[in-house]
Design a protein around this ligand. Structure first.
Ligand SMILES: [Zn+2]
Length: 427
């Protein structure tokens, strides 16, 4: 831009020299002043970085991915660059969704699909991400503006629409099915859907779409009083869907439909929303890049700094027909899953035995199992020193969610399993 303006200034200079009529000179000088003014503006404009073809691990200040690629060197992630193959859909670009979108953009995700029908307001400024100069823009367009400046390598798709309307739901479904980004990808065109919406209807719409498409998704939410939140992994057929057990109802014991009332101003804090967005994207990265454990459900109570976890199995009496279909498929695929797990375990045992056989033990060091040590004096590693007590219950002891309609979702006992299978076959 600067170079072009400089060239224009010089062209005007030579034009002025070639013209013998001095009456035209004043107009040319005026034009030159304009060009000088524009040059000044161009110099103060933010510099946008160019696209990067391949992610490099080279440790130089100019490499936007050096700190992320270092995860490979540290042994956390096997192949970080795979992140460029993944598509993530974010529904709801509010206090949680916008921050999640920024985190994934900075991490170099391949493609982001952004859905929201709302506009940016001054009332949103207590949260992160949006700026006062974006007031009046649609949230999706404002997000694309900011995110494309942060990382031009990410493919961004903006969908300004309400997914709870008939038309909106159809567009939502077809955009999730679109496989133009990675034609070889099996099933749908996205790898994960993140629900960051603030109402029951929108959650049910995401749930319906994901159950129909057999699409894994993560749900997130922040309470109306702004001091607690949760994230949840939903794998159709394998874990509870949103209609099997709505998480907010579980967490607070209140029906969420009664929570969002017209004219009632819910509280929100950038801190709680930032924490929930962080937990959501951390689990998204673990899910996509296959490291660590992905939490099936993780709560956050900021007043106690308490993070409860639990697992929720699907409800055989779920009101969602697509959920029941996915449950059937999951049960039918159990023998194949068990065989694959057994083969994997045998292969791992074999390689561990081989390793042990060939390992040199020059110093004759023997390894003692932790549990043996613990039983020596009758105490376990969970026992606290004398005089200390636990204030919070242990996360592992968090009670399992009771199934809707009073029917147990446990498949531990064989009679129960048979009854559940019969119920499914009867559908
Ligand atoms: Zn369900």
């Amino acid at each position: 831009m600067e170079a072009e303006l400089k060239e224009m200034f010089e062209d005007l200079q030579s034009l002025k020299r070639s013209l013998h009529d001095p009456s035209i000179h004043a107009s040319i000088v005026k034009l030159q002043l304009h060009v000088e003014h524009l040059t000044g503006l161009a110099k103060s404009a933010p510099v946008r970085r160019t696209k990067v073809k391949d992610m490099s691990a080279e440790v130089v200040d100019s490499n936007p991915y050096s700190r992320l690629m270092a995860l490979q060197r540290m042994g956390i992630v096997q192949n970080y660059e795979r992140i460029r193959e993944f598509s993530v859909a974010i529904v709801g670009i509010g206090g949680v969704g916008s921050v999640a979108a920024e985190m994934l953009t900075r991490c170099g995700i391949g493609r982001l699909l952004l859905y929201d029908y709302d506009k940016v307001e001054l009332a949103n400024m207590n949260r992160l991400f949006f700026r006062p100069d974006q007031v009046g823009m649609t949230k999706t367009d404002a997000a694309v503006q900011t995110l494309s400046e942060i990382n031009p390598d990410v493919v961004l798709e903006s969908y300004t629409m309400n997914i709870t309307t008939v038309q909106g739901f159809e567009t939502f479904m077809s955009s999730l099915k679109n496989k133009s980004f990675r034609p070889s990808k099996p099933a749908s065109g996205v790898d994960l859907v993140l629900s960051c919406v603030d109402n029951y209807e929108a959650r049910m719409a995401v749930n319906q779409a994901c159950n129909e498409l057999n699409q894994t998704w993560m749900e997130s939410g922040v309470s109306e009083d702004a001091v607690s939140g949760h994230i949840q992994l939903l794998i159709p057929g394998e874990t509870a869907c949103f209609a099997c057990a709505p998480p907010l109802v579980v967490a607070s014991g209140v029906d969420e439909r009664t929570l969002k009332r017209e004219g009632v101003c819910a509280a929100s804090l950038p801190t709680t929303m930032g924490v929930v967005a962080g937990l959501l994207v951390q689990n998204t990265l673990k899910f996509l890049l296959k490291f660590g454990d992905v939490s099936p459900y993780l709560g956050y109570n900021s007043l106690k700094d308490y993070f409860p976890t639990m697992e929720m199995r699907p409800n055989p009496q779920c009101s969602n027909a697509a959920c029941l279909e996915r449950q059937k498929e999951y049960i039918l695929a159990k023998p194949a899953r068990d065989a694959a797990a057994k083969a994997k375990m045998e292969a791992e045992t074999l390689s561990a035995e081989e390793e042990a056989l060939h390992a040199d033990n020059e110093w004759n060091i023997s390894i003692v199992d932790d549990s043996e040590l613990e039983t020596v004096d009758g105490t376990t590693s969970d026992a606290l020193p004398e005089g200390l007590t636990r204030e919070l219950p242990e996360a592992d002891e968090f009670p399992k969610f009771p199934a809707l309609g009073g029917t147990s979702t446990s498949v531990d006992d064989i009679d129960d399993l048979r009854r559940q299978l019969d119920a499914l076959n009867a559908c």
